[in-house]
Design a binder for this molecule. Structure first.
Ligand SMILES: [Zn+2]
Ligand SMILES: [Zn+2]
Length: 378
């Protein structure tokens, strides 16, 4: 049945035997008394009791939730469709009594609370501490920054601790008060009668405290959506496409739950000279044929600072690769400690496109003196 029509047609206050202006405490008390009385385990084979139990539970599902009760009152006052209840509305709590055989009422309440969780939209429908959401941010780095790491400021718009009430949810100058129903424990034990169970407190949604004057900015949630800046330390050696998880820097938790994480998605711009392979940096250095043939020192650029000398043996092949120790990326992690990569240098003969007269003569002499043997692979 359409939830609003159902609400309009059913008097849940009558079902629970309470006045329309009953307090949350009175409603809970009435519900618990009736639930015990009509519980199917108490009345085996009694279909009428079972039906009554369903009605009681459905009534409490609405009246026991402050937000839903407000919507319900609105629908009852103005008629169905007037309450503006969207798709996230209650939809009529239902359960299968058959599933309850052998279970206890604690299970049932557990089901009810689980049913409410994750419905989203309304803050007060969550019960107990909830972890804040993870937040994703993009960060574009240039090659050198990614290699050496940096501390940067990320600008993002996300849920953040409310700046008006510092996250308490209470109007400035007021404080949340200890929940009178559960005494601040967030759960209710009930050892009366046949059943003994403990369930999240409905009055405070399991948080243990109640806000009398909600903060006008966040309406009591303690969370507001706003631009915020997060200082982030990006470790050395991050690579393109990597995601860095900054624990506890995401959306704040609710009802005392922990904050979510901030996931920073890294993209690294390519360098016009250097490449990367893990911790190693790669670079290609143009050399002359005599440098390779005769050997000697060449100067190799590094990503950080001055060039370094690289000694080539006489007869170094073009395209060969040479390692300069410790001139790669230095990373530090708890797991691996500090480690440095190397600079991998590829030497590549550069063939001149124009020649001076002296060069041409010298090369011609070289050519005349060079005998190329049979081209075999050895
Ligand atoms: Zn606030
Ligand atoms: Zn409570």
């Amino acid at each position: 049945m359409d939830a609003q029509r159902e609400w309009f047609e059913k008097d849940y206050y009558l079902t629970l035997g309470v006045a329309a202006d009953a307090t949350a405490k009175e409603i809970t008390k009435a519900y618990r008394k009736l639930a015990r009385q009509h519980h199917p385990d108490q009345n085996p084979g009694d279909d009428a009791a079972e039906e009554r139990f369903k009605e009681i539970s459905a009534a409490y599902d609405v009246l026991g939730d402050e937000a839903k009760r407000k919507e319900y009152d609105e629908v009852r006052r103005l008629g169905p469709m007037a309450g503006g209840i969207g798709g996230g509305g209650p939809g009529g709590f239902s359960f299968n009594v058959g599933d309850m055989q052998g279970g206890d009422i604690g299970d049932l309440l557990g089901q009810m609370f689980r049913g409410q969780r994750g419905r989203g939209g309304h803050q007060s429908s969550g019960v107990g501490p909830q972890r804040g959401a993870d937040v994703t941010a993009q960060l574009n780095l240039d090659f050198a920054d990614a290699a050496r790491g940096l501390t940067t400021t990320l600008f993002l718009t996300s849920d953040a601790r409310c700046s008006t009430c510092s996250g308490s949810g209470a109007k400035p100058g007021t404080h949340p008060i200890v929940c009178g129903v559960c005494g601040g424990r967030g759960v209710i034990d009930d050892n009366q009668g046949l059943f003994s169970f403990s369930s999240p407190c409905r009055n405070c949604q399991g948080s243990g405290s109640v806000i009398k004057d909600p903060c006008p900015t966040c309406r009591g949630s303690g969370v507001e959506r706003r631009p915020r800046e997060v200082k982030a330390r990006i470790p050395a050696g991050v690579s393109d496409g990597q995601t860095i998880r900054l624990a506890g820097r995401g959306s704040p938790g609710r009802n005392g739950g922990p904050a979510g994480d901030l996931l920073v998605e890294i993209s690294v711009a390519p360098h016009d000279r250097f490449g990367r392979s893990g911790r190693n940096l790669t670079v290609t250095v143009p050399v002359t044929f005599p440098e390779l043939a005769l050997g000697g020192d060449i100067h190799v650029p590094t990503l950080e600072g001055p060039t370094v000398k690289l000694r080539l043996r006489p007869g170094t092949p073009s395209g060969s690769r040479h390692r300069v120790k410790g001139k790669g990326i230095t990373t530090t992690s708890k797991r691996e400690g500090t480690k440095s990569g190397d600079l991998i240098v590829t030497v590549d003969v550069e063939v001149p496109t124009t020649l001076t007269e002296a060069q041409r003569t010298a090369i011609e002499q070289l050519a005349a003196a060079t005998t190329v043997g049979p081209r075999t692979t050895s």
